[in-house]
Ligand binder design. Structure first.
Ligand code: SAH
Length: 455
């Protein structure tokens, strides 16, 4: 792209136009529409330009183009019918660092004139970067016919509405939602049809409905260390009126909530759901319907083994606005804080996250796919199943001396890292009291822990 479309404040730009024919006339007419200061220099003028001069719309110097006509600070248009004169004008202009446009010579011009569709205050400028004026004209005509003539009225209506929404709605998020709804409501068409009163009624009811509707923030709280929260997570955490949080969300993170916020623990220890999943989904919907800003705070990343998808599915079905904020997932947090890179050019080119949650005593995993050279395996929720999982991996061909790490309470002050091998990990679990949450990492990268453990 060689041309930058910008909008200039037009009455601050002064133009010198060289030429008195058709081309000059087209430029002058455009510039006058925008109230630009225009001076025309030409030995003769065609009649319509003469009319503009007589009416005092433009200043006029009756003379052949000369260097002293060009003044610093002006935009210069060289539009005489002589190419060599235009080139001279351009070189005088460039010597004074003026912006210059040469008729029929975009290559040497600093600016060019786009085709314009004018629905003041709405304006559409079209350009083919001077490649095809015929195409530009074609597009201009097509668009001109397609764009309603009452767009200026709509622009004024929307501008008035914007002022009143700014005054009455504080939250930026809520304002954005109101605008999305307003612009897809019947309002624009009603204004375009001249029915402004009806448009006002509809706008008022869209705004009132939206103001009564709360919003849900599904936020990833990361693995535990509060400094691993994102800036966005902190901002939304502080805004919430009601908070529903999991077991995995650390106390230090809950401290960021507004002191007046209503706090609800909804559990999620493996088999102890303080509130069942469907109940949580419904709680979010019910509180948002009361006009509350609801925070659903989940450990790690809500979309990684977090059922975040299920919770917002219900919100989407019920038309409740929501936002999702990713968090640092346990795999990233634990691997960083244990000094175990998940990938490494020498040891692992891929990484796979799986859940080790047992159902009917089995993890039900695609074992053959997990046994891959140079692949790191990360197992979430696997602590109780780890003996079963390591046996299955060995049965399916993984080497018994494959390194394995258990990271207990990763990123928290109580973090502990146990390293062992696939055949010996069961013993490690038996002889230590390891508690949840614990993440398992399997693969050669685990050997780097000894060297890279920085905690
Ligand atoms: N959505 C979460 C994962 C929820 S599943 C995330 O993205 O991290 C719960 C499992 O995550 C736990 O059983 C444990 O395996 C792992 N986990 C979460 N936080 C952890 C932590 N601080 N230390 C170790 N493992 C953790």
């Amino acid at each position: 792209m060689n041309w930058l479309p910008l909008l200039h404040r037009s009455n601050d730009v002064k133009f010198l136009i060289f030429g008195g024919g058709q081309v000059a006339q087209r430029k002058v007419r455009t510039l006058l529409k925008f109230n630009c200061d225009v001076t025309l220099i030409s030995p003769q003028l065609d009649s319509s330009l003469q009319t503009l001069v007589t009416a005092g719309k433009i200043k006029y110097v009756a003379a052949e183009a000369m260097q002293e006509h060009v003044l610093a600070g002006y935009c210069v248009v060289a539009a005489t019918n002589k190419a060599d004169v235009n080139q001279s004008i351009a070189s005088w202009a460039k010597a004074l660092s003026c912006q210059v446009s040469i008729a029929d010579d975009p290559q040497n011009s600093d600016f060019i004139f786009p085709a314009i569709i004018d629905r003041n205050p709405v304006m559409i400028a079209i350009s083919s970067s001077s490649e095809s004026p015929a195409l530009t004209r074609y597009l201009r005509n097509q668009l001109d016919a397609a764009i309603p003539t009452r767009i200026p009225q709509l622009a004024k209506f929307v501008s008035r509405l914007r002022k009143s929404i700014r005054l009455s709605v504080e939250s930026t998020e809520q304002r954005q939602r109101i605008w999305r709804k307003l612009m897809s409501s019947a309002m624009p068409n009603l204004v375009l049809a001249g029915k402004e009163e009806q448009a006002s009624d509809i706008s008022r009811s869209v705004i009132a409905d939206e103001k009564q509707m709360g919003e849900v923030f599904l936020v990833g709280a990361g693995p535990g260390d509060p400094e691993l929260l994102t800036l966005k997570a902190v901002r939304l955490i502080q805004q919430a009126d009601v908070v529903f949080y999991d077991r995995l969300v650390s106390k230090a993170i809950l401290e960021y909530c507004n002191a007046k916020a209503e706090m609800h623990y909804v559990g999620k220890a493996k088999s102890d759901h303080a509130v069942p999943q469907e109940g949580i989904n419904q709680l979010l919907v019910d509180h948002a319907r009361l006009g509350k800003t609801v925070l659903r705070l989940k450990g790690g990343d809500p979309f990684i083994f977090g059922r975040g998808g299920e919770e917002i599915e219900q919100l989407a079905e019920d038309g409740i606005p929501f936002q999702v904020v990713p968090g640092i997932t346990a795999a990233s947090g634990c691997s960083s804080y244990a000094g175990i890179p998940l990938t490494h050019r020498d040891y692992a080119q891929s990484v796979r996250f799986v859940t080790g949650h047992l159902k009917d005593g089995t993890a039900n995993l695609p074992w053959n796919e997990l046994i891959h050279p140079q692949q790191t395996l990360v197992i979430y929720m696997g602590l109780t199943g780890i003996s079963h999982i390591s046996k299955e991996l060995i049965t399916h061909g993984m080497s018994t001396d494959t390194p394995i790490a258990l990271i207990e309470k990763g990123t928290l002050p109580e973090q502990k890292v146990y390293t062992s091998t696939l055949s010996e990990i069961a013993g490690v679990i038996e002889s230590n009291t390891i508690s949840a949450p614990t993440l398992t990492i399997i693969g050669d990268v685990v050997n780097l822990h000894k060297k890279l453990n920085w905690q």
